[in-house]
Design a protein around this ligand. Structure first.
Ligand code: ADP
Ligand code: ZN
Length: 729
C-alpha cells in the first residue's frame, strides 16, 4: 500500500506549470516516484519547464502518449496550505492559476548546484601582533563556532574593515575555505532581552502574544514613533519561540536597512531578505531555506507572501495602508488582503501596523472582524508635531517660486539652531509640464496620453506612465519656434533650485526615487542624512515612509492641496494619510517638531481634519460618506480595463458587455461605462474602462465570471479585471 500523496514510478500525476495552458497536464511519475507538491521539471513541446505536482492525473489522455516527469528537484514540496492559498487567490482575483503559480515559483535555477563562496574560519596560528580589531574578529569566530563566515558578514559582526580580516589570513590566524554558497541562516534568539517596554507597549505585546498560535488579524495602530515596531517584534519573538516562521512585509526597500539592524539588535542575527535588490543566488538560498524551515524570519516586499514557508505562524504588514502593497500589473492583488487570506489557511496571526490605517482595515476593526490595539503617545519624550496651515492666499510669493515667506523664515530659524528642515513635494523631476510660449503646445508622450515631465538631472523628458524618455528639445515640436519652451510648475528638482537660491549656505539633499541608481545608494543617502549630513531635505513621498531623522524638527508641505484634486474615491483618505505620515517625520527625538502645510484652501474639510488631529472623527466621517455612496469598504467594486491597439473595437466590446449585463443584475450589481480611461493611452495601447459596483456581501466574482464567459476579444486586445481597485487611471 502506498502512502497518501505519494506517486510511484509510472503512475499518472497532474502537473501544474506557469505556462498559459490553464490547467494541470498529466504526466508519468518518474523513476523513484514523486510526492504531491513536488517541484519538478516536465517536457512541454520541445521545452522543459518548471511545474508542481498538483495531484493524481485525470486520466482521459492516451496512456501510451504520456510523457514522464523529467526531474524532481531536491527541495521541499509545496505544501497543501500554499497550493490551497494559490487556488483561493486565483479565484478571488479572477486570475488563471498558472499566472498565480508564477508568483510562487520565482526561484531561479532551482536545480543548479549551489555556487561556492569563500568563508573565513579560525586557523591554528596566533597572530604575531594583536590589535583590538583583530581580537574582535577572533572573538566572533570563537563565539559562533566553526561554521565560518563570509568576508562581509565577519567584518560586519566584528565591526572591522574587511582589510583586518584579510590581514589575519596572512598571519595564519584565519584560513580561507571554499564552501557551498547556501550556508544556513544564522539562528535568531527570541529570548535575548528586548527593549524595556512602556506600559501601553507591554499590554499590546501581551495581547499579540496571547493571539499567537491560531488565525486572527489585529490592527496595531499608533502614531509614527509610538513604538509599534518594538511591539510587533515581541509577536515575532513569540512565534519563533513556538518554532514557527514569521514574515514581516515592508512597503519600501529603503525601510529595511534600519529595520534589519533593529532585528539584529533584538534577536542577535539578521533575518532573511526578499526583494528586488536581492541577488538571484541569495533568492534561491532563501527560497530553499523557507521550504526547509531553516530560516526563522523573512523581511520582504509584497512578493515574499508567496514563499514556500514550512510553517508560517505570523505575518506582519507594516504601513498596511501603503498603496505599494497593491500590485498594479500582471496579477492584480493587494498583498495586505492576501496576507489575511494566506494566514487564515495556515493558522497564522496577522498584524497590520499603521499610524493611518486604510479605511478598509479601520472598518474591519470597527465591525469586529479584526482586533484593534492602540498605542497612544510617542515613545519617550518625543511629542507629535504641532500642525498648522499656511494660507497661501496671504503669502506674497514671486512667480515660479513655491516656498512662501512664512515657510522661508521657519526654515532659516531651524538651520540657525543646527536642526534639519524637510520640504515635501510629491512630484518627481523638474517640472510636470513643458509648454511652448509661442503656440501653447504642451509636450506629450508619443505613446501615452500623458505629458512628459522634465528631468533636468537626467537632461531628458520622461513619461511617468511608460518610462519613455527623450532629449529636451530646443524648438517646439508643434510650431517649430526656437527657444520658447518653458517649464511650468514645480518638481523636487526645481524646488532644489529655489532652495539653493533662498538658502545659499545650506547643505541640501534631494530624495526622489529616480535620483538614485540603486536601492543601496538611496539607503546610504538616508543614513547620511540621519547622521546630520544635510540641513534641508527635499523629498517626494519616499521621505514619508518610516525613516528616522532625529534632528528633523520642521516639515514644510509645499502643496498640501495636490492630492485633493481628482475624482479618486480615496483622495481624501490618501491625502490625510500622506500628510500625517510626512508630519510624523518631524520631532522624533527630544526636540518638538512642527509641520506647516502650504494650502490655498485651509477650510477644506480634509485639511481641517489633518490639522484638527481628531483622527477617529475623520475616519467616522469618511466612513459615513462612503457608506452613503455604497463604495468600498461598504460596497464592492471591480474595474474592467480593456486595452488594445485600436480604440473602436474596445468600445464595441465594452458596449456589448454593458448591454448584456443580466449576470450582474442577478446579484444587484451595476455596470458603468465603457469610458475612455483617464490615461487613455499607455505604451501605444488605447485603454477603456468599465466599473462594476455591487453590495458588500454580493458574490461579485461568480457574477463577473458568468458575465465575461465566452467573450471573444479581437486580436491583441486584452481584458483585465481589477477586484477592489485602488487606481482608477
Ligand atoms: P513606530 O514603529 O510606531 O514608528 P518605533 O517602534 O520605530 O515606532 O519606535 C520609535 C523609536 O522609539 C525607535 O527609535 C525605537 O527604537 C524607540 N523605542 C520604541 N519603544 C522603545 C522602548 N520600549 N525602549 C526604548 N526605545 C524605544
Ligand atoms: Zn509614455
Amino acid at each position: 500500500m502506498s502512502e497518501p500523496g505519494w506517486f510511484a514510478q509510472g503512475s499518472r500525476v497532474a502537473v501544474l506549470t506557469a505556462e498559459p495552458i490553464g490547467r494541470p497536464l498529466d504526466y508519468r511519475a518518474p523513476e523513484g516516484g514523486c510526492r504531491e507538491g513536488a517541484f519538478v521539471e516536465v517536457p512541454l513541446g520541445p521545452r522543459k519547464v518548471l511545474g508542481v505536482v498538483w495531484g493524481p492525473g485525470e486520466g482521459g489522455f492516451d496512456a501510451a502518449k504520456l510523457r514522464s516527469v523529467s526531474r524532481v528537484f531536491d527541495v521541499a514540496p509545496m505544501r497543501g496550505e500554499l497550493r490551497e492559498f494559490l487556488v483561493r487567490m486565483g479565484e478571488y482575483t479572477m486570475t488563471p492559476l498558472p499566472q498565480v503559480l508564477r508568483l510562487a515559483t520565482r526561484a531561479p535555477g532551482l536545480g543548479d548546484p549551489p555556487g561556492m563562496r569563500k568563508i573565513y574560519r579560525l586557523g591554528d596560528q596566533e597572530p604575531a601582533r594583536m590589535t583590538d580589531a583583530r581580537a574582535r574578529v577572533l572573538d566572533v569566530l570563537q563565539e559562533h563556532g566553526g561554521a565560518g563566515f563570509h568576508l562581509g558578514e565577519l567584518a560586519h559582526l566584528a565591526g572591522v574593515t574587511t582589510q583586518v580580516v584579510k590581514g589575519l589570513v596572512k598571519t595564519g590566524a584565519l584560513v580561507e575555505a571554499e564552501v557551498p554558497r547556501d550556508l544556513p541562516f544564522p539562528r535568531l534568539d527570541p529570548d535575548l532581552p528586548g527593549k524595556e517596554l512602556s506600559e501601553a507597549q507591554a499590554a499590546a505585546a501581551e495581547a499579540l502574544r496571547a493571539g499567537c498560535g491560531g488565525y486572527s488579524t489585529t490592527l496595531l495602530k499608533g502614531v509614527t514613533g509610538s513604538g509599534k515596531t518594538e511591539v510587533y517584534l515581541e509577536a515575532v519573538a513569540e512565534c519563533l519561540r513556538k518554532g514557527r516562521q514569521a514574515l514581516v512585509l515592508l512597503p519600501e526597500i529603503a525601510l529595511s536597512s534600519e529595520f534589519l539592524s533593529r532585528v539584529e539588535a533584538r534577536f542577535g542575527a539578521l533575518p532573511g531578505e526578499w526583494h528586488s535588490g536581492v541577488t538571484q543566488s541569495e533568492r534561491r538560498r532563501l527560497w530553499k531555506a523557507c521550504g526547509a524551515g531553516e530560516v526563522q524570519l523573512v523581511v520582504g516586499a509584497r512578493s515574499a507572501l508567496f514563499l514556500p514557508f514550512r510553517d508560517l505562524g505570523l505575518i506582519v504588514v507594516d504601513e498596511e495602508h501603503d498603496s505599494s502593497y497593491k500590485q498594479e500589473e500582471g496579477v492584480l492583488y493587494n498583498a495586505r488582503d492576501m496576507a489575511v487570506l494566506r494566514a487564515s489557511g495556515c493558522s497564522a496571526q496577522v498584524v497590520l501596523a499603521s499610524a493611518t490605517p486604510s479605511l478598509e482595515t479601520w472598518a474591519n476593526a470597527e465591525g469586529g472582524k479584526y482586533k484593534r490595539l492602540d498605542l497612544g503617545a510617542r515613545f519617550g519624550t518625543a511629542e507629535l508635531p504641532e500642525m498648522a496651515a499656511i494660507d497661501m492666499r496671504d503669502e506674497a510669493i514671486e512667480s515660479a517660486h513655491w516656498i512662501g515667506p512664512t515657510l522661508v523664515k521657519e526654515v532659516v530659524s531651524r538651520i540657525a539652531l543646527g536642526q534639519q528642515a524637510m520640504l515635501f513635494l510629491n512630484r518627481r523631476g523638474y517640472a510636470p509640464v513643458t509648454i511652448c510660449r509661442a503656440c501653447g503646445h504642451q509636450i506629450g508622450c508619443d505613446h501615452c496620453d500623458a505629458r512628459m515631465v522634465e528631468h533636468r538631472f537626467l537632461k531628458r523628458l520622461v513619461c511617468h506612465q511608460c518610462g519613455e524618455t527623450k532629449p529636451i528639445p530646443t524648438k517646439c515640436p508643434s510650431c517649430e519656434v526656437e527657444g520658447k519652451l518653458a517649464p511650468v510648475g514645480p518638481g523636487v528638482e526645481r524646488l532644489a533650485e529655489e532652495v539653493a537660491e533662498r538658502f545659499p549656505d545650506a547643505r541640501v539633499a534631494v530624495l526622489s526615487s529616480d535620483l538614485f541608481g540603486s536601492a543601496r545608494a538611496l539607503k546610504e543617502k538616508i543614513a547620511e542624512i540621519a547622521e546630520g549630513e544635510a540641513d534641508i531635505i527635499i523629498g517626494t513621498q519616499i521621505v514619508a515612509k518610516g525613516h528616522n531623522f532625529p534632528r528633523l524638527t520642521l516639515v514644510g508641505v509645499i502643496d498640501a492641496d495636490l492630492g485633493l484634486q481628482g475624482s479618486d474615491l480615496r483622495a481624501a483618505e490618501k491625502t490625510f494619510q500622506l500628510m500625517r505620515q510626512v508630519a510624523g517625520r518631524a520631532g522624533r527625538a527630544e526636540e518638538k517638531g512642527v509641520a506647516l502645510l502650504q494650502t490655498y484652501q485651509p477650510e477644506h474639510p480634509v485639511i481641517r481634519a489633518i490639522l484638527g488631529g481628531d483622527e477617529e472623527a475623520f475616519w467616522a466621517q469618511e466612513a459615513a460618506a462612503r457608506q452613503a455612496q455604497g463604495v468600498p469598504p461598504y460596497g464592492r467594486m471591480a474595474g474592467i480595463i480593456l486595452s488594445g491597439p485600436d480604440l473602436q473595437p474596445l468600445f464595441e466590446i465594452g458596449n456589448h458587455l454593458a448591454r448584456n449585463d443580466a449576470a450582474l443584475r442577478r446579484i444587484g450589481a451595476q455596470v458603468f461605462g465603457p469610458a475612455p480611461a483617464p490615461i487613455a493611452r499607455v505604451r501605444g495601447r488605447h485603454r477603456v474602462r468599465m466599473l462594476v459596483k455591487a453590495e458588500k456581501g454580493a458574490p461579485l466574482q461568480a457574477a463577473l465570471k458568468g458575465w465575461l464567459k465566452g467573450l471573444k476579444l479581437p486580436p491583441n486586445a486584452r481584458l483585465a479585471v481589477d477586484i477592489d481597485p485602488q487606481s482608477f487611471l
